[in-house]
Ligand binder design. Structure first.
Ligand code: RIB
Ligand code: CA
Length: 349
């Protein structure tokens, strides 16, 4: 895999921080090419206000430039909110206990942040969405031109030729708000083919398998001591003693996620790092091999509501509205993550 491109990427991230959302934010903060314009918060893994607090806390821990953090939708567009503390922990960051943030939330709503930035910099901004699509759906309702004002969006969500992780055919981000997903995929059907939404679905993100060895390597790059050993034999809830604060809190967060994956038979004592993969693709699309398809949402199915359906062969007679990621190099993703986030951690030791 060639060295990553380093062209500057103006970006808005909409997240439901969450453990893997946390690593996605660290990846963005660790990437000099990322021009992080704003972080918007949606309910999903945990309540939106907890998501916002987590985002502010990670930004302050990393002493990152003042980035606008704005609260968005606290409930899905139609169905009631369902959260998943069993997956991400009561605060959404596993066992991590981040220092209380001191900076306030933006006074603007997430939709205003998206629309205002896109109008100010038409065609320049990449949108990264690693949670339910509620905020983006509300924003395109307020500003129908938004799909054409943004350069591109990268979505972590959906499952195509792959089992769901929430119900048999549904992936969490979409399952939380399938109506929002339908609005977004329909709205972005108008963009030119070189600017179609890039969709990082479970088909590829469940190949992004973080192991304790990855955490140990990252801690070593960070110069943290002692060696960071997250063992499947540890007592559940064991806390990190890493000298480096980013390593310590990230390790505590990811350990919870690894215990969840093992307990729910999702591959053992590992962690699927869905969101940081999408963040890496947002910064460097060459990391992903994609295939165009027409994506639509099943909203009426008794068993399948929230299923993302891909028409790969034009059977519906509608043009493609998405570039679905069908392949990547997970080792290259982890090489970049360890190198970047390890360096970020070292810089704030
Ligand atoms: O299905 C995985 C997705 O759902 C990830 O974004 C994770 O953070 C959860 O939001
Ligand atoms: Ca997420």
């Amino acid at each position: 895999m060639a060295e990553p491109r380093r062209t500057r990427v103006p970006l808005i991230a909409d997240v439901d921080t969450g453990i893997d959302d946390s690593l996605a934010l660290l990846y963005l903060m660790a990437s000099p090419e990322a021009e992080l314009l704003a972080i918007t918060c949606t309910a999903g893994n945990v309540a939106a206000r907890q998501v916002a607090k987590n985002n502010l806390a990670w930004l302050e821990l990393c002493d990152y430039a003042d980035v606008e953090v704005a609260l968005g939708a606290e409930v899905p567009i139609v169905q009631p909110l369902v959260t998943t503390e069993e997956t991400h922990g009561p605060q959404g960051i596993g066992y991590a206990e981040l220092p209380e943030p001191t900076r306030p939330l933006s006074s603007r709503h997430a939709t205003e942040v998206w629309i205002d930035n896109a109008r100010r910099r038409p065609g320049e901004i990449t949108g990264l969405i690693t949670g339910p699509l509620t905020n983006l759906a509300l924003a395109v309702k307020l500003e129908p031109e938004l799909p054409l004002l943004l350069k591109r969006i990268v979505i972590m969500g959906g499952a195509f030729n792959h089992p769901g992780n929430t119900r048999p055919t549904t992936e969490w981000n979409i399952a939380v708000d399938p109506d929002a997903a339908k609005i977004v995929f329909d709205a972005f059907s108008v963009v030119p083919e070189d600017r179609r939404p890039v969709v990082c679905a479970l088909d590829v993100t469940e190949r992004i398998v973080m192991t304790p060895a990855h955490i140990a390597e990252l801690a070593e790059v960070a110069g943290s001591t002692p060696a960071e050993v997250v063992s499947p034999d540890d007592e559940p809830g064991t806390r990190s003693t890493a000298s480096n604060p980013v390593v310590r809190h990230l390790s505590d967060a990811v350990r919870f996620y690894m215990e969840f994956h093992r307990a729910y038979d999702q591959g053992g004592f590992i962690a699927h790092m869905h969101d940081p993969f999408a963040a890496a693709v947002a910064l460097d699309p060459s990391l992903a091999t994609t295939r165009a398809a027409t994506v639509d949402l099943e909203l009426a199915g008794t068993l399948t509501r929230g299923q993302t359906v891909a028409d790969w062969r034009g059977m519906w007679g509608r043009g493609p509205n998405a570039d679905i990621v069908v392949d990547t190099d997970p080792d290259e993703f982890f090489r970049r993550t360890i190198e970047r986030v390890g360096a970020l951690a070292r810089s704030i030791a």
